[in-house]
Design a binder for this molecule. Structure first.
Ligand code: 9MR
Length: 541
């Protein structure tokens, strides 16, 4: 059984057109990485790194290495990873992160020594004295391990010690040790690594509010007691639906205490799915965070909590939210990437130059329901972030590259398509030239099928018959029977026939082209054959 074409294919695939490359004037900074710009501004731009994609995905490694000059272990330096049982230390993940940073000229921010989360139950069940010494031992061993390594620049010594109202978090640390564990942790960290910058880190402390004010008061009071607090980390897990905090003003008041400030875990989530409006808002948030850090001289840099939406904590924690990072799941740069880039570059964020027009798409691998389109890529003064494929005004697909596999097409349908390129600022190119391709009938689809039957055979010849059955009404039909060599069709009826080598194409006779929906018609033929036994069956198309 096979498909029959209802009508002769309307269009043939055009040869790839020759497209003159249009190269717009390119500013010197256009292709530079985030880290190149950050270095030029005396800041770091960082990312949290997870050990599994670091080991398994080359695109992840390439971007982490080339775009960022600072990394933070997303989980590998936490207590549950480094000391799962008392005094049994495991530095495999932490060392993996350190080695990557060393290989790529990056600084490492250690995260985190004392936290109420991801801390094994053996710690949580200790009595006060044992808990204090376990904490001091943990800090001595973990911070001590990397103290002589110049790559390790800073530590989150205590993490998330406040409640939202500004009181100290009622964690097991606080319950057992009171507020003293905080100063003790900083002193132990200084003893373990005298050169590292020691930070207190928290979320929802980006703007001026009760929690950040409590943090401000604690930092001021600890420093007044010579407790070695060098730095304040603002995690900055932001969401476009909750508004942008007054982060620059807040950073500046901490800076005025004489401490370093840094953005430690930036991401900007949204309710999924993404759209261009949400992406634009997110890009503004990213840009504003980077600009705030650039405006505050004691702000050392910005760490993004990951970089690709492929690997982000957000969807697991906030169902229905995500798309929080600057690359999409396929490592395509999002508008937020360009926002960070342009903010670091200090350049004009208002890029109005559209990408050049993409080449006319060429269709290949056309099936009843799919086709592959490929076109000559566009160029842009910054970066082309992707392409959209349209049929008229309907978008059929998007792609980060100059090729896409269309799926879900309708059988026996002519598609006239064009491509539009996008850049990160949302500029779109002119429409490419169009290409038309036609999907063939699908098996059992809306078209017709042909079934062959051997009616009779004899030494040197045979009689065959084909039944054309149509699911929907047609006014003409055609099918091709291809035989192995040695077969020739010498006579046919209820059809008109043309031959090309061993391929015999049968079209309807003038009187049997019309087949109603669900109906069928039959034609027959006589073949000659020089073999013995049962004559071969044809391939039908
Ligand atoms: O991104 C981290 C995720 O993989 C872990 O499962 C989670 C466990 O609590 O911690 C995430 O990172 C957190 C960071 O260590 C501290 N600030 C909040 C981060 C997001 O939850």
């Amino acid at each position: 059984m096979s498909a029959i074409r209802r009508a002769i294919l309307a269009g043939t695939l055009a040869a790839l057109p020759v497209v003159a490359a249009v190269l717009p004037a390119t500013p010197a900074h256009a292709s530079d990485t985030l880290r190149a710009h950050a270095e030029a501004r005396g800041k770091f731009i960082g990312t949290a790194v997870a050990t599994s994609p670091l080991a398994n995905e080359s695109a992840y490694r390439t971007i982490a290495a080339s775009e960022f000059n600072q990394i933070t272990a997303e989980n590998a330096m936490k207590w549950d990873a480094t000391e799962p049982s008392q005094n049994q230390f495991n530095f495999s993940g932490a060392d993996q992160i350190m080695a990557f940073a060393e290989a790529n000229g990056q600084q490492v921010h250690g995260h985190t020594l004392v936290w109420h989360s991801q801390t094994p139950s053996w710690v949580q069940n200790l009595g006060a004295d044992a808990m204090r010494s376990a904490m001091q031992n943990h800090i001595a061993r973990v911070a001590g391990r990397y103290a002589s390594n110049p790559v390790l620049k800073s530590w989150d010594v205590v993490n998330e010690v406040f409640e939202e109202n500004g009181s100290l978090r009622n964690s097991f640390w606080y319950q057992r040790l009171g507020d003293s564990y905080i100063a003790d942790a900083f002193r132990a960290a200084r003893a373990a690594d005298p050169d590292a910058k020691l930070c207190i880190n928290d979320y929802n402390v980006e703007g001026v509010n009760a929690k950040s004010t409590a943090m401000y008061n604690l930092v001021r009071s600890l420093r007044a007691q010579n407790v070695p607090v060098d730095c304040v980390g603002m995690q900055s897990h932001l969401a476009i639906q909750y508004g942008f905090p007054n982060i620059q003003e807040n950073m500046q008041r901490f800076a005025d205490l004489g401490v370093e400030v840094r953005v430690t875990e930036l991401d900007v989530r949204m309710q999924t799915p993404r759209n261009t409006t949400k992406d634009a808002t997110q890009a503004t948030y990213y840009s504003n965070v980077v600009k705030a850090c650039l405006a505050v001289s004691r702000c050392s840099g910005v760490t993004i909590w990951g970089f690709t939406d492929r690997h982000s904590w957000v969807p697991d924690t906030f169902p229905g939210e995500g798309a929080a990072l600057i690359y999409d799941e396929n490592y395509g740069k999002k508008p937020s990437y360009t926002a960070v880039h342009d903010a670091l570059a200090g350049g004009a964020p208002d890029d109005t130059t559209p990408p050049s027009t993409p080449g006319r798409p060429a269709a290949s691998a056309v099936t009843a329901t799919g086709a592959t389109l490929t076109w000559t890529a566009s160029t842009d003064n910054r970066a082309v972030t992707g392409y959209d494929v349209y049929r008229g005004t309907t978008r059929l697909a998007s792609s980060a590259t100059n090729s896409v596999a269309l799926t879900g097409l309708t059988p026996e349908t002519a598609y006239t398509v064009h491509v539009v390129a996008r850049d990160a600022a949302g500029n779109t190119s002119a429409n490419s030239e169009t290409t038309t391709f036609t999907t063939p009938a699908g098996p059992g689809g809306t078209g017709c099928t042909a079934t062959y039957r051997l009616v009779n055979s004899w030494q040197g010849g045979f009689q065959g018959e084909v039944t054309v059955k149509c699911a929907s009404a047609v006014t003409s039909w055609r099918t091709t029977l291809t035989y192995p060599s040695g077969v020739n069709i010498t006579q046919n009826w209820s059809s008109t026939m043309s031959a090309s080598g061993n391929a015999f194409t049968f079209s309807n006779a003038p009187w049997n082209g019309t087949v109603p929906a669900g109906g069928s018609t039959t034609f027959g033929f006589i073949g000659s054959w020089n073999g013995t036994g049962t004559p071969p069956s044809p391939a039908i198309s």
